[in-house]
Write a new protein. Structure first.
Lengths: 419, 270
């Protein structure tokens, strides 16, 4: 059996093309049923996300080229595009390359943001749809399960997803470098923008206990507060609560500094110098840069956050190189597994069987040979085994050929053996 | 026992190399190797100390060689505690190379230059005095290391450089806690160590204070760490200045441990 993968991704096709090809769940199921005919395409599944549309198929070795053409054609028609339109965007991988591509996709090495966690879920979903449609068979089953294993390994053994690469997650990242854990930390939002809200959500997910929202319009503050079970405070009473917060995220539309140096010094005194993390995502800035000069105050403005992200992306890329090595070794392992899965057990059993027969015969005749030295014993053994191997070799090769041409199946060979 | 110590050194070197690699590459598998070889080294080192005790017939903490060996051993013990309590792998990358260097030095020194007079091994107070102090020195080294990490990480956060150290060093709270608790532990050990020394000295020589350079430095060290501990307790969070104190304090510790000898101390080591 051969594996092939045909599709487009964010690198080869613009969104105008990808959106025409995208499959929703229903289209996916019906498409698979239409595509997988058990003849040219024996097994199949469709991975459709906003960054890629890929069709993974399994077919017999001699149908490989046919099959790739068939899938490309299928993509043309399902996207109602003129025939051949996709040629410029489409990539098509077979066997080892296809396996590698799938491993890389699921491990998030092929993503727009390397290490993003969603893609594995999307592959999992694609697999579930394929199973439901009944188009996932022996080969793809193995392949997809191996893929999950690889993705898990990459995630566990490399730091590919370790460092945040979004502004909203930066508060968590920086908070963790100051406080060892965010459990029990209190968070204050000054101004209730969308980004601040998202940051607060990440902080709460990471264990932050209290959220306080200070906003000019109380109505908005209350709405957001309801979501977090947070307290609200009018902006002019900021001084009364500023010292309670460990992480402060500022995003008001005010034209000048809301959090001034004097204010911060006072608050810090009240919180007995415990460190405080200030994150200013507003432009113009709302926290006086001089706050950074106060001991135990750590202030980050939007540019600082961008520079952490750049540094984190560099870290991820370094980790991605290691991930590629894991993928490479797993591809080789899978290829081996696939070969073994094909006819390995049958051939192994056959060889074993022949060796057993030969040994039994030797044991029967052994007495007649009289006493032998160890060398002689070994010579007889190796003579016997190499004779068996040489005689059985053409037979095994024939089996392999039959199998690879698709005329026979591992199951058939097994059956032949048993007969 | 030279061969045991040699084996311990080999294990420590493996641990040191893997700790550094784990620190640079952030690999869990490397860290595991480092931890296992640290454990192996510790067991071998313990065996070497025990063998010395049996063969030489006195508590193996008197000469320079013995003091260095014991110090290395105490460092590994305390490092293991820190690792167990805080899971900060970065500590190993700093401690294990030092431990390896100490062990190598011990092997290079070879044999004891001076053998302990019977008077020292006859009383149980003297070994307690030296053991407590060696552990105090090891604790102060941990304070020093955590303080350096604090200063480095704080610098990264303040200057927003976010280089490689930013990703690899533990959080400020963690290193601050390590420094605080190690300083408290070191201070306790130092207090008890000085107290046993005073008692031993007065029972043997009839004098509890002899204006020895080592005694003076030890008292200064004690004062500094006492101040540091009180400072941390009362002034609340004073991470940066407390960290500087931890660094300066260690210089004083080194002076007490090694320097006092050159100023004509009657103390041998420990």
């Amino acid at each position: 059996m051969s594996i092939l993968l045909v599709g487009v991704n964010h690198k080869t096709a613009p969104v105008e093309v990808r959106e025409r090809l995208a499959f929703n769940d229903e289209a996916c199921a019906s498409g698979l049923r239409q595509l997988v005919d058990g003849e040219i395409v024996r097994e199949g599944l469709i991975v459709s996300t906003c960054n890629r549309v890929e069709i993974l198929g399994a077919t017999s070795n001699d149908q490989l080229e046919f099959s790739a053409g068939r899938i490309a054609q299928f993509l043309d028609t399902s996207g109602s595009l003129p025939a051949g339109f996709l040629n410029a965007h489409l990539y098509s991988h077979t066997n080892e390359e296809a396996v590698r591509h799938l491993f890389r996709v699921a491990s998030s090495l092929d993503s727009m943001v390397v290490g993003e966690p969603q893609v594995l879920g999307q592959v999992r979903h694609a697999y579930a749809l394929g199973v439901e449609a009944g188009t996932v068979g022996r080969v793809l089953n193995r392949l997809v399960h191996h893929t999950f294993r690889v993705a898990k390994r990459v995630r566990n053994e490399t730091g590919i997803a370790a460092n945040a690469v979004s502004i909203s997650y930066m508060a968590v990242e920086l908070g963790k470098k100051i406080f060892s854990s965010l459990k029990g930390c209190s968070v204050m939002l000054i101004g209730a923008g969308e980004m601040a809200e998202l940051s607060a959500r990440h902080l709460v997910n990471a264990g932050a206990a209290h959220v306080t929202i200070a906003n000019r319009t109380e109505e908005t503050a209350r709405q957001i507060a309801a979501e977090f079970g947070a307290a609200t405070v009018p902006l002019d009473q900021l001084d009364q609560v500023l010292h309670e917060a460990d992480v402060i995220i500022c995003s008001t539309g005010a034209p000048d500094y809301v959090v001034t140096e004097a204010r911060t010094r006072k608050a810090l005194e009240r919180r007995r110098n415990r460190p405080t993390c200030f994150i200013d995502i507003s432009v113009p800035r709302n926290i006086d840069p001089a706050v950074s000069n106060i001991p135990n105050c750590f202030l980050f403005d939007i540019d600082d956050l961008e520079s952490v992200i750049t540094s984190n992306i560099r870290e991820r890329e370094r980790e991605a190189e290691r991930a590629e090595l894991i993928v490479q070794s797993e591809v080789m392992q899978f290829q081996q597994k696939l070969r073994l899965m094909d006819i390995g057990p049958s051939i192994g059993a056959l060889r074993q069987n022949m060796h057993d027969v030969a040994r039994a015969e030797l044991a029967r005749q052994r007495k007649r040979l009289g006493p032998l030295t160890k060398d002689q014993e070994e010579a007889i053994e190796s003579l016997l085994m190499s004779t068996v191997n040489k005689i059985s070799h053409p037979l095994i090769s024939q089996m392999r050929r039959l199998y690879e041409s698709g005329e026979s199946d591992a199951a058939d060979i097994q059956k032949d053996l048993e007969d | 026992m030279r061969s045991l110590l040699l084996a311990a050194l080999a294990a420590y070197l493996i641990a040191a190399i893997h700790s550094i690699l784990a620190f640079v590459n952030k690999r869990r598998s490397l860290q595991r190797v480092a931890e296992w070889s640290t454990a192996a080294g510790f067991i071998l080192h313990t065996a070497a100390l025990a063998a010395d005790w049996v063969i030489d017939g006195h508590y193996p903490l008197f000469s320079l060689r013995e003091a260095l060996s014991f110090l290395g051993w105490a460092l590994v013990a305390l490092y293991s505690l820190v690792l167990y309590r805080y899971r900060t792998q970065a500590v190993g990358a700093f401690t294990m190379p030092l431990v390896s260097a100490l062990t190598l030095l011990v092997l290079l020194i070879g044999t004891n230059s001076s053998n302990a007079p019977a008077a020292f091994s006859a009383t149980w107070l003297f070994p307690i005095h030296t053991t407590l102090l060696i552990f105090a020195y090891a604790a102060f080294f941990i304070v020093f290391m955590a303080s350096v990490m604090y200063l480095l990480q704080e610098r990264e956060l303040k200057l927003k450089t976010f280089g490689a150290t930013f990703h690899r060093l533990p959080s400020l709270t963690t290193v601050n806690e390590i420094a605080t608790s190690s300083a408290a532990l070191g201070l306790t050990l130092l207090t008890l160590g000085i107290a046993t020394g005073v008692i031993w000295s007065s029972s043997r020589f009839g004098r509890f204070w002899r204006n020895d350079p080592k005694e003076i430095f030890a008292l200064l060290t004690w004062g500094l760490y006492f101040y540091l501990t009180i400072y941390r307790l009362t002034a609340h969070w004073r991470g940066r200045s407390a960290a500087w104190l931890g660094v300066v304090g260690f210089a004083l510790v080194l002076l007490t441990f090694v320097g006092a000898r050159f100023l004509g101390s009657y103390h041998v080591f420990g």
